[in-house]
Design a protein around this ligand. Structure first.
Ligand code: ADP
Ligand code: MG
Length: 242
């Protein structure tokens, strides 16, 4: 579903991602862990085509996206939804309009169908009937859920999450974790979740990849990661979990 082959990313000569090789299978929840500044968000932006790698290949759904034209890339982006770290809602639009945004931009759905879809997605994230609420009336956790409803409005094959539980209390983090798992089931999607919340990582991952200083230093099931003999991995898991 997603494959990165020998990907390098430099910013102004600084090597931010180094020779990344990663394959994410259809339907999988892949969790990317690693310290702040290790390159996790950059990795997501490469997958969604917001950045082009300095070298290497990025494959999404059977297509290599680094060399393709912008209109082709836009079509592929329609297969992806992203939940950004700071929710990134449009503050001047109601919750319903935020969720409807992509449907209006990219589909020819009639108004009634848009309204029905928005209603269904808000129900999925536990925000039934909140169509007319404005973002500034919402808590951080509710914003995150609107952001998720917006990301999945067009039933993307791939959902990318950047630090979805950052800044949330444990109960809300747990709610978001369960939504990530139930979203995968409901829209049959492949998910990539960037986090440094170890509790969340182990709760939802099929596989975990740890990135450190721009390199993937370990990939495996949660059980394998827990038993990793790589001292950096072991230390990170212990440190970040407390
Ligand atoms: P993480 O998400 O793991 O915290 P990032 O992917 O955001 O890490 O950043 C990794 C490194 O790349 C950081 O040193 C950051 O400063 C740098 N970086 C990220 N984006 C840019 C950019 N657009 N221009 C220059 N440097 C960047
Ligand atoms: Mg980041």
């Amino acid at each position: 579903m997603i494959k990165l082959v020998n990907v390098n990313m430099n910013f102004r000569g600084k090597q931010t991602l180094k020779d990344i090789n990663l394959t994410i299978e259809p339907g999988e929840i892949m969790v990317i862990i690693g310290p702040s500044g290790s390159g996790k968000s950059t990795l997501l932006r490469l997958i969604i085509g917001l950045l082009k790698p300095t070298s290497g290949e990025v494959w999404v759904n059977g297509r290599e996206i680094t060399g393709i034209a912008e209109d082709e890339l836009n079509k592929i982006r329609l297969e992806m939804g992203m939940v950004f770290q700071y929710s990134a809602l449009f503050d001047s639009m109601s919750v319903g309009e935020n969720v409807a945004f992509g449907l209006r931009q990219h589909t020819s759905m009639a108004e009634e169908e848009i309204a029905r879809t928005v209603r269904r997605k808000l129900r999925m994230v536990g925000l039934r009937g909140q169509e007319n609420t404005m973002p500034n009336e919402l808590s951080g956790g509710m914003k995150k859920r609107v952001s998720l409803a917006r990301a999945i409005a067009i039933n993307p094959h791939i959902v990318l999450y950047d630090e979805p539980t950052a800044g949330l209390d444990p109960i809300m983090s747990n709610t978001i974790d369960r939504l990530i798992v139930s979203t995968r089931r409901m829209i049959d999607s492949t998910s990539v979740v960037v986090t440094h919340d170890m509790h969340s990582a182990f709760a939802i991952a099929d596989r975990i990849a740890m990135i450190y200083d721009g390199s993937i230093i370990e990939t495996g099931t949660p059980a394998m990661i827990k038993q990793s003999e790589n001292p950096i991995v072991a230390k990170f898991i212990r440190g970040a979990a407390t």
